[in-house]
Design a protein around this ligand. Structure first.
Ligand code: ADP
Length: 198
């Protein structure tokens, strides 16, 4: 089974692309979703994170204070490493587990936003990078979740730069246009992967 990594910076269209692959019947493994589930109260990473960062990172409803965590790790590299040291090995294990559980199919898509930053590239056979111009990514992200341009820019600054990402891509999905254009490009990739595996 061919394992395709799907990655791209914030607002490039990863979730949108994953949904389109999913509508074509392709199994998606979503690293962000896995990380989110693992950090819910009572789950594997939650207690480890609170042990490392302290009770002030628990919200009044008993969940991880994700906003405070984001602010902390983006302003202190040692805190960022501490969080990654907890999360990455367990997320990696869980991805491998989900791959093992996937029913046999020609290919699967692993949506991994921080594919390069987390050194997860060995988990996949090919890499799709989805890419759009910075101003388009900022506009779409702020429309999606109301973050300010400065907040989005800070997240972008903490991700690998566009050139590094594009250099490591086997396939590039350019997403500056309409959703229909993205759908058409994904359909072409889908046919290509089915051909590669038949
Ligand atoms: P990511 O998962 O990479 O952060 P998303 O897939 O959530 O990005 O896309 C960011 C926002 O832009 C979403 O609200 C999505 O619906 C929208 N979007 C993505 N691609 C397009 C497009 N081609 N045209 C218009 N809106 C788009």
């Amino acid at each position: 089974m061919l394992k395709i990594g799907l990655t791209g910076g914030i607002g490039s269209g990863k979730s949108t692309a994953a949904d389109i692959f999913s509508s074509l019947g392709v199994t998606i493994i979503d690293a962000d979703l896995i990380a989110h589930q693992l950090t819910l109260s009572g789950n594997e990473c939650f207690s480890k994170i609170i042990h490392e960062f302290g009770n002030s990172f628990i919200t009044s409803d008993g969940e991880l204070d994700r906003k405070k965590m984001a602010e902390t790790v983006f302003s202190d590299l040692s805190k960022k490493s501490a969080l990654e040291n907890i999360l990455h090995p367990i997320v990696r294990q869980r991805i491998l587990h989900e791959i093992a559980l996937t029913p046999d199919s020609p290919y699967i898509v692993l949506s991994i936003p921080l594919l390069f930053e987390s050194n997860f590239t060995d988990l996949v056979d090919r890499i799709i990078v989805i890419d759009a111009d910075d101003d388009i990514r900022i506009r779409r992200t702020s429309q999606r979740d109301g973050r300010s341009e400065a907040q989005i820019q800070r997240i972008m600054d903490n991700q690998v730069d566009r050139q590094t990402r594009l250099e490591q891509a086997n396939d590039i999905l350019e997403n500056n246009g309409e959703l229909e254009d993205l759908r058409a490009s994904i359909y072409n990739l889908h046919k290509k992967y089915l051909n590669m595996t038949s």
